[in-house]
Design a protein around this ligand. Structure first.
Ligand SMILES: [Zn+2]
Length: 203
């Protein structure tokens, strides 16, 4: 059976209690990735073996565009309503829900609230299209310059279950990249690979 042509899809996600709600736009089926770190406008699905990602069990989904491909529907003030953990260089914010503890996304950059038309954002779901008109959302503020690119990564296990984004299949088909961020700086980091996690990582 040939695979359906990859297409941009709106994927809804949330924490367990529903305080955090978002839409991430992904090209699905997820293509085989090719690069790390994600520099350009590339969608990446990856697991990292660093101590932070490992202990958090973070299953990274890096949307292609940090501003256009991730919108937070709730809360609109994540820096106040969500809890935040920061470590190492303290640039990245590991948000988590203060009620249920689930981590939906991590973020580096500055966010802002915008009023957007979810219809114009090309959501595929016809039923939702009818309901969702103009709505206030939070997302990354970005002028499009590469030097100021924000970083957004969604935790794949918080995306609502859907057949075209089955984590079992992604792993079985070796479409998940495994990064090595555990090596000491003086050691040479190992190349990203798809067959098996690096030392200290997990599938
Ligand atoms: Zn929650």
């Amino acid at each position: 059976m040939t695979e359906a042509a990859p297409k941009r899809q709106s994927c809804h996600g949330s924490c367990h209690c529903g305080l955090t709600k978002y839409i991430v736009f992904l090209t699905l089926p997820h293509p085989f990735s090719s690069s790390h770190p994600p520099q350009g406008m590339a969608q990446e699905v990856y697991r990292c073996n660093c101590s932070t990602c490992y202990k958090m069990n973070f299953f990274h989904v890096h949307p292609a565009n940090p501003r256009d491909d991730f919108i937070l529907l709730s809360p609109l003030d994540p820096d106040h309503t969500l809890s935040t953990y920061q470590c190492h260089d303290k640039q990245r914010k590991f948000y988590f829900c203060p009620k249920c503890g689930v981590r939906c996304f991590t973020f580096t950059g500055v966010g802002e609230t915008n009023v957007v038309s979810l219809t114009e954002l090309a959501t595929e779901d016809q039923e939702r299209k009818k309901k969702e008109g103009n709505q206030e959302i939070w997302r990354a503020k970005w002028d499009g310059e590469n030097a100021t690119r924000p970083y957004v990564s969604v935790n794949a296990t918080t995306i609502d279950l859907r057949e075209d984004f089955d984590l079992r299949v992604l792993i079985e088909q070796k479409r998940v990249q495994y990064f090595d961020d555990r090596s000491e700086p003086e050691e040479k980091k190992k190349e990203a690979r798809w067959d098996r996690p690096h030392y200290g990582g997990s599938y």
